[in-house]
Design a protein around this ligand. Structure first.
Ligand code: ATP
Length: 392
């Protein structure tokens, strides 16, 4: 069977580049591609089943962005995507696409296309016909359809499979056809509702790279929905984290991971030690915190803090160091109660006072790192820039 692996590293052919230029023409990266203002969604309003799925969402997605809506099941991300696509009505608010108020426009009148979780290709049609179908419905001329289909096939590296039917394709190939079909009418905005969830882990990881490359190459704004935080961090230019219908934080993957603004984000994205602490001293951009029964730590903070204030410190497991020594300015003593070997790291679980800690120590490196066993008594330490102060 001919391999048609999509190779983001290979330079695209000039006819494909022409398509890319055509797709992204007239779109300036400083434009706002999609915007919702004071968006509210109540399902079944005025009935006993009324349910508020989205509350006062304000969000601006830039042109050419790979933007991800991330959150746990039921947080409202699909509802928001469906509202952008015109498949769901809003209870209140405004929805704009490239500056145009589309709040009351049906899906077909929006410059938007959607790739759903189940890619729903027509099983009786070849790959080529599947891609052509939408263009035919739009009344494009035969020659334009043929030209666009060839270019789309090349763009997703499926030219060799053009005459096969979907049940003769792998899951990843089917997903690429679904993408080609969605890209063919040259939407300015592509909405993707968990498009990788039907694929196995290996293929999903591969398709992440392909999707990211496709977005960069076409310049089309992608709005991607997932509950998988690893997927969101790996692919996105920016991520919006949602919880129970509320927007928790919008930022680059680094900002979301390194500077979570709430307990929810610190806990949902990666892992965090969330430590109750009391402010004991504030000195410029550094504050001192007491951890009950454990000692005090210094943390960089620009928040307005006052002495005696109760806060939560969020510290990632990989930012805490363990040592046997009884040096000053460290937290402890802590007792290791579990050690898990992870290959490239060792994860320790520790108890110290009323706190439990998770610490991940990398393996290897030039200096051999100390290893610990359950029952060992150790000290904990982290740099002032390793913790986030969460005041809410
Ligand atoms: P998932 O990851 O499970 O798909 P999600 O974050 O995409 O979840 P939504 O599908 O947007 O969540 O649903 C948000 C909330 O609105 C959920 O509590 C859901 O039960 C509710 N909901 C969704 N559709 C309807 C509907 N048609 N009628 C009533 N409630 C609904």
């Amino acid at each position: 069977m001919a391999m048609t692996a999509f190779r983001p590293d290979i330079a695209l052919r000039s006819d494909v580049l022409a398509t890319v230029a055509q797709i992204s023409s007239g779109v300036d990266a400083t434009m706002v591609a999609a915007e919702v203002v004071n968006l509210k969604k109540i399902y079944n309003p005025s009935t006993p089943q009324a349910f508020q799925a989205l509350e006062n969402i304000n969000l601006a997605i830039h042109a050419n962005e790979f933007f991800t809506l991330l959150g746990p099941s039921g947080c409202g991300k699909t509802t928001l995507l469906r509202i952008l696509g015109g498949f769901e009505t809003m209870t209140d608010g405004v929805c704009r696409i490239f500056g145009q108020d589309v709040s009351h426009l049906p899906p077909e009148a929006r410059p938007v296309n959607t790739v759903f979780q189940q890619y729903a290709l027509f099983p009786h049609m070849t790959v080529r016909r599947n891609i052509a179908f939408g263009l035919e419905m739009l009344g494009r001329t035969r020659s334009e359809i043929d030209r666009t289909v060839e270019r789309m096939l090349a763009l997703v590296h499926m030219s060799d499979c053009a005459d096969r039917k979907p049940d003769h394709l792998s899951g990843g190939q089917r997903q690429r056809v679904a993408l080609a079909r969605a890209l063919a009418p040259q939407p300015k905005l592509l909405l993707l509702d968990e498009p990788l969830s039907a694929l196995d882990l290996k293929l999903r990881q591969k398709m992440r790279l392909e999707l990211k490359a496709l977005q960069r190459e076409t310049g089309i704004t992608f709005i991607f929905v997932t509950h998988d935080q690893e997927e969101a961090l790996a692919m996105s230019d920016r991520v919006a984290v949602l919880s129970e219908g509320h927007l928790q934080q919008v930022g680059t993957p680094e900002e979301i991971y390194e500077q979570p603004q709430s307990r929810f984000v610190a806990d949902f994205i990666g892992e965090s030690n969330l430590l109750a602490a009391t402010v004991t001293r504030v000195d410029g951009g550094v504050a001192e915190f007491e951890l009950a029964g454990l000692g005090s730590v210094l943390v960089n903070s620009t928040d307005h803090l006052s002495r005696g204030q109760q806060v939560t410190l969020s510290v990632r497991p990989e930012r805490i160091a363990l040592s046997r020594s009884n040096g000053q300015c460290r937290l402890g003593p802590a007792t290791v109660f579990d050690r898990t070997y992870l290959g490239n790291a060792v994860e320790y679980h520790l108890r110290a006072g009323g706190y439990t800690f998770t610490v991940r120590s990398p393996r290897g490196g030039l200096r051999g790192l100390q290893d610990f066993a359950p029952g060992d008594t150790v000290q904990l330490e982290f740099e002032p820039n390793a913790a986030r102060v969460l005041v809410s």
